[in-house]
Design a protein around this ligand. Sequence first.
Ligand code: BTN
Length: 327
Amino acid sequence: MNPLTLATLRLMGDGAFHSGEEVAAALGVTRATIWNAVREAGELGIEVESVRGRGYRLDDPPVWLDAAAVAKLLGPRARRFHVEVVEHVDSTNSALLKRAEAGGAPGTVLAAELQSAGRGRRGRSWASGLGGALTFSLLWRFEQGAAALTGLSLVVGIAVARALASLGAADVRLKWPNDILHQGRKLGGILIEVRGDALGPTAAVIGIGLNVRMPPALEARIDQPVTDAVQAGAGGDRNRLLAAVLQELAELLDAFARDGFAPLEPEYRRWHALQDAPVLVNLGDGKPVRGHARGTADDGALIVETSEGVRRFHGGEVSLRAVSGEG
Ligand code: BTN
């Protein structure tokens, strides 16, 4: 993304008309450059209204990410985090992993207005529009080894679900291991990457992507039903959303480091969209396992009751889906 694209959009944050000449003069560039910025904004999901003789206007200007606003909303909990906002990065997880390996401080939060190579689970990509999603990663350090962190993504899911609900979202659910759903459509996802020794200590990069205001053109390119925070009722202020998620994470990550996942299992079960539902577990070997989801074990493994007995599945490469039309 050209840095001038964001600068141009920021100048139009009041929702009023601005002539190309005025914006060009304010940024010290030509009108043609502004025209290009407006075109790029459209490609990235922000439609700028253009009226001959009046100029450009943003109908519904996004609330841009603002580290100071997030710190203010966090209040006393702000000291647990160091929030950084960047305009453009390949992937906040990739960037923070490099910092984790170089000794980055726990509590570092990297939030981006736009990711050019956002990553999802199972090697997929994660697409989001400029200003239309909350994409961030949090670096957290644990004394425990990676084996003790298997329930972490479920705990992070609880934090996100609680945060969305606290902002007014109704009918938010989690789908094991780490999808965030609203009315069965995907609102967001979690990608956790862990580095460190088998016995600890470990550094976890907790990546969270939430659709906030999904541009229709982007929605059409995604191969599954999706929704966003605005449709779910949580509003479109990404600073509020980020602060709410961090607030819940501060509490839940402490509890998880101290007591593990087991005490949080009953809450996860309540958020789980497929609790007691008929499911298909895909292990990637062409032989999906059929059964009923029956909660999660102390280590976060999904418990599935099958006709051949109870089986447990760990996150990683497994995918889960509901089987419709069965009791
Ligand atoms: C999934 O559902 O597959 C997980 C999606 C995780 C996306 C987030 S966006 C912020 C962070 N940076 C990334 O590259 N990925 C995660």
